[in-house]
Design a protein around this ligand. Structure first.
Ligand code: CA
Length: 265
């Protein structure tokens, strides 16, 4: 009886210990959790506090932004320094615009639950055509070969940019556990950066394995004094590859930040 009690105590303690550790830091790289990186603000720019940011990218000296909500959705060209909207096309009801990517001479814009994407002329914003996909549309970017799309789950889809067919699925995980709520995306130097909905974190994802290489913790980026009842979550990542500038903002944030990632010690 005593032996049985020892057995139970031993395994009870082991289970508690694993639980306290999150059950993930125990064996090898496959289950090791990614390091957390911090940030430094390089520059602060104005951002339209009415823009419910769902897609963001930088191209040829300008920001391009897709904003959501039914009746408020749009595609915009934005001047970085002033936050001024230089060009805009409204996306009519009932569509809720989502992710945005530039592909050759077009912009590709997703919608949340309408299963339809829009193709626009890159300079005139004239809508050229539509395409269809299954499931929800959240974030969008590309790696130069394929469009990469999120849908709020832990799985990214790689799409043929001509046919919009899914050619590959990538399940994203950290510490052996799935990372869901993947939202706005940006492909940067061989990694997929992803906002995780309702968090202040950006995941840096390996496109090959789906593992999170590192987390960028952006807690405190938007000061409490800049928040209003309408201020929503961190969302929106853009990258100026030529000048190595990383931009982030959020839904209805009054500011857009250029940041540098600071590696944790
Ligand atoms: Ca982006």
């Amino acid at each position: 009886m005593r032996r049985r009690l020892d057995f139970l105590l031993y395994f009870g303690a082991a289970a508690l210990s694993a639980s306290a550790l999150g059950g993930a830091r125990q064996t090898g790289n496959a289950t090791a959790e990614a390091p957390v990186e911090n940030y430094a603000v390089v520059h602060i720019y104005p951002h339209d506090p009415g823009a419910f940011t769902q897609g963001l990218l930088y191209s040829d000296g300008y920001l391009y932004e897709s904003t959501g909500l039914v009746g408020q959705s749009s595609l915009r060209k934005v001047e970085l320094e002033s936050g001024r909207v230089l060009q805009k096309i409204d996306v009519p009801s009932p569509y809720f615009a989502e992710g945005l990517a530039g592909w050759r001479n077009r912009f590709v814009q997703l919608t949340w639950v309408s299963h339809v994407g829009f193709l626009y002329d890159r300079s005139t914003f004239r809508k050229q055509s539509e395409f269809h996909y299954s499931g929800e549309g959240w974030g969008l970017t590309h790696d130069g070969r394929h469009l990469i799309m999120s849908n709020g789950s832990d799985t990214l889809r790689f799409l043929n940019a001509g046919t919009f067919r899914t050619v590959r699925r990538l399940q994203v995980s950290d510490g052996g556990r799935p990372v869901s709520n993947l939202n706005e995306l940006e492909y940067i130097n061989g990694e997929i950066f992803a906002n995780v909905w309702q968090t202040d974190s950006i995941a840096r994802i390996s496109p090959e394995t789906g593992r999170v290489n590192a987390w960028i913790d952006l807690t405190g980026l938007l000061a409490a004094s800049d928040c209003t009842p309408g201020t929503d979550v961190l969302n929106g990542i853009a990258y100026d590859a030529k000048n190595d500038r990383l931009f982030v903002t959020g839904k209805r944030w009054p500011k857009l930040f250029e940041i540098k990632v600071v590696k944790s010690r």
